[in-house]
Design a protein around this ligand. Sequence first.
Ligand code: SF4
Length: 120
Amino acid sequence: MDMDLIQARKVIRAHRPSLRARLLSSDTHVPEPAARPGGGEQLKVWIDQDLCTGDGLCEEICPRVFTLLDDGLAYVKDGDTIMNDPGGQAGMVAVANDLEDSVREAAEECPGECIFIEEG
Ligand code: SF4
């Protein structure tokens, strides 16, 4: 990867508020995370389509959780069900354990900063 691009991404990340800070500053209500049977808490994810740029990075990083529709916006999926009716926070889904890292990566890389995750 081009060194200038790498440096530029580091600068952007350094000045971007954390996901938790964005969640805490949000006016929207975020439900408490669900408890897992074996302990710990379940990661959940949703997208604010009002902020989505439609570039598709999330789908590239984690296609089992994110998908782009014909309206040019990204939505989360719950298995084969696309959470587009409605989307937004009402379409929040639980994330399988093996997909948590890639969902976090997608949220960090999202240029619209519109992937919101909730975890304990
Ligand atoms: S990475 Fe973010 S801005 Fe890009 S399509 Fe996915 S949700 Fe939208």
